[in-house]
Ligand binder design. Structure first.
Ligand code: FE2
Ligand code: FE2
Length: 149
């Protein structure tokens, strides 16, 4: 489902779906942090989770500027293939970090596709570009950590 984000007919739908994706990603991070043994990875994932919380705030700000009520935690939808329920059932850092890397593939793809829209206001384009860079950085760190385990 995350892979369809960006292809909606309206940009408001794209933004709503990105916020739902970000809530799901944050919940997956929470579950991962609870289960990881490696304190370095736990600390790093805590920082990445904060980036996702910031993305929720920023996208919500954009939506409110367009007269919309952004989705909140109560509107939670499972969007990611390796969401919080799956992460919560994993044992072992390699499996957990691999699942989170797969989630960051999804978040990265969602922002990349959203940025292909031709109806983005300049301020929105810059917000999405910044978020895409964060998702790329998250994924790169997870890949690097996994290659060293
Ligand atoms: Fe994010
Ligand atoms: Fe991320």
């Amino acid at each position: 489902m995350a892979t369809l984000i960006g292809t909606e007919s309206s940009v408001i739908d794209t933004l709503n779906h990105l916020v739902e994706l970000e809530f799901d990603a944050t919940a997956a991070y929470e579950a991962a942090i609870r289960r990881l043994d490696d304190p370095v990875a736990r600390d790093q994932l805590g920082q990445f989770m904060n980036d996702h919380l910031r993305h929720i705030q920023e996208l919500g700000h954009v939506l409110r500027g367009m007269g919309q009520r952004p989705p909140n935690a109560a509107d939670f939808k499972a969007v990611l293939t390796q969401g919080k329920v799956i992460i919560g059932g994993l044992v072992g850092d390699i499996g957990i970090l691999s699942a989170m890397r797969s989630n960051e593939d999804d978040t990265h793809q969602a922002y990349a596709q959203a940025l292909e829209r031709d109806d983005l206001a300049p301020h929105l384009q810059s917000t999405l570009t910044g978020n895409l860079a964060d998702e790329r950085r998250h994924r790169a760190w997870l890949e690097d950590r996994l290659s060293n385990l």
